[in-house]
Design a binder for this molecule. Structure first.
Ligand code: DAH
Length: 345
C-alpha cells in the first residue's frame, strides 16, 4: 500500500507539471481527485487495512492529498484560473489591516484642554468676530490712532471706510477684541476666556505666522489684583503641561493694561538649567498680561472705582509648541501627515 501511494504521488506530480492550461488542469483534477478519481479510490482502500497499518498509512495518505491539493491550487493560480476564497490559504494569526481614521489637530487638542481648564475655574467661553471694527480691536482697548500696533505693517485692513474716509474694519490682530464686547454684554463681575483665530500682516518664519490662534483671559470683580492673575496662570500651566512651573513677571507695555507685564515660565524642557529653547536663560516668555486699564473698563461700561480686573493673552501655538516640544510653528499648517499623525491618540 505504501508503495502504491508513493507511486501514485510521483505520477501525480509528474502529470501536474505537464499541465499547460486550465482545461488540462480540470481533467487532471477529475482523473485523480474526483469522486471516482484514482487517488480517491486508493484512499478508500485504507479503510480495509488491518488496524496496525491503517493509522500510519492513513496519515501518509492525508499528507499526500493535502500536498496535491495545494499544488493544484498553486498551478491554477499560475494559469490565471479563478480560485475560490475557500481554497486560499488563510492565516488567522496575521495582524489585521489597520483602518486609518481621522483625529484631532494638535491645536484643537490644546484648545480643548484650555477650555476644560478654564471652565472648571468658572470662566465662560467667549466668542468674537474675526472681521472686527477698528473700535473693538483698537480704540476701545486704549490703543490711540497713532499707536505703532495699528501700522499697516501689522494689520490687515479691509477695503471699507467710515464717513470720515478712514478704514474702519480690520481682521482682528488679537483676541483682546473680545474684552470690551464681553464687558458690554455681561457687565461685572465677569470671568471669561476667548479662543480663536487672529491675523497679522507679518512675514512667516520658524516662530511667526500671519494667521494663528490666541487665548484671551479676562476677570473683572472687586479687588482683583496681580496675585489673582498669577494664581490662575499657575493653575493653567500646571494642568496644561501636567507639571508645576515657576512664574516670574517683567514689566511690559500694552495699552489696555496698567500695569502691564510679560509672564515668563521656567523652561519645562531643561527645568530651568538652560537649553536652546529657553536661550540658556531657564525662562521662556509665555504671555502678555496686566490689570485692565481704567479706560478699557469704562469703554465696557464698568466703573473702575468699583471694579478692577486682570487680562492676559497668548498664542495657542506657543503653548502647543511648549507642551509637545515642537520647534517650528509652520508645521501646524503644513498638512504634513508624518507630523500630524503623531497626535493620533
Ligand atoms: N493682545 C496681546 C497680543 O496680541 C496679548 C495681550 C497682552 C493680551 C496683554 C492681554 C494683555 O490681555 O493684558 O500680543
Amino acid at each position: 500500500m505504501k508503495e502504491e501511494l508513493k507511486k501514485i504521488t510521483k505520477e501525480l506530480q509528474d502529470q501536474l507539471e505537464k499541465v499547460a492550461d486550465i482545461s488540462a488542469l480540470n481533467n487532471f483534477e477529475k482523473k485523480y481527485l474526483g469522486k471516482k478519481g484514482e487517488l480517491m479510490l486508493l484512499l478508500k482502500k485504507i479503510g480495509n487495512l488491518p488496524e496496525t497499518e491503517r493509522k500510519e498509512i492513513g496519515q501518509l495518505a492525508n499528507e499526500i492529498k493535502t500536498e496535491i491539493k495545494r499544488k493544484l491550487i498553486e498551478t491554477k493560480e499560475k494559469l490565471g484560473g479563478n480560485i475560490g476564497a475557500a481554497d486560499k490559504f488563510f492565516d488567522a494569526t496575521l495582524p489585521g489591516t489597520k483602518i486609518e481614521s481621522g483625529h484631532l489637530h494638535p491645536l484643537t487638542l490644546v484648545q480643548r484642554d484650555l477650555e476644560k481648564i478654564f471652565s472648571s475655574m468658572g470662566f465662560m467661553i467667549l466668542d468674537g468676530p474675526e472681521l472686527e471694527s477698528d473700535y473693538y480691536n483698537f480704540e476701545a482697548l486704549n490703543i490711540p490712532k497713532s499707536h505703532p500696533a495699528r501700522d499697516m505693517q501689522d494689520t490687515f485692513y479691509i477695503e471699507h471706510k467710515n464717513k470720515q474716509g478712514e478704514y474702519d474694519m480690520v481682521m482682528r490682530t488679537h483676541t483682546s477684541n473680545v474684552q470690551v464686547r464681553a464687558m458690554e454684554k455681561y457687565g461685572a463681575p465677569l470671568r471669561g476666556v476667548a479662543l480663536g483665530k487672529i491675523y497679522r500682516n507679518e512675514a512667516t518664519d520658524q516662530r511667526h505666522e500671519h494667521t494663528f490662534y490666541q487665548i484671551e483671559g479676562l476677570m473683572v470683580d472687586k479687588d482683583i489684583s496681580i496675585a489673582h492673575l498669577m494664581a490662575v496662570l499657575r493653575e493653567m500651566f500646571k494642568r496644561l503641561f501636567d507639571q508645576s512651573a515657576n512664574i516670574r513677571l517683567r514689566p511690559g507695555f500694552f495699552s489696555f493694561v496698567e500695569p502691564g507685564v510679560e509672564v515668563e515660565m521656567s523652561c519645562l524642557l531643561c527645568e530651568g538649567k538652560g537649553c536652546p529653547v529657553c536661550k540658556r536663560t531657564g525662562w521662556v516668555e509665555m504671555l502678555g498680561a496686566g490689570l485692565v486699564h481704567p479706560n478699557v473698563l469704562r469703554a465696557g461700561g464698568i466703573d473702575p472705582k468699583k471694579y478692577s480686573g486682570f487680562a492676559f493673552g497668548t498664542g495657542i501655538e506657543r503653548l502647543a509648541m511648549m507642551k509637545y516640544g515642537i520647534d517650528d510653528i509652520r508645521l501646524f499648517n503644513s498638512g504634513d501627515l508624518s507630523f500630524l499623525s503623531q497626535f493620533d491618540s
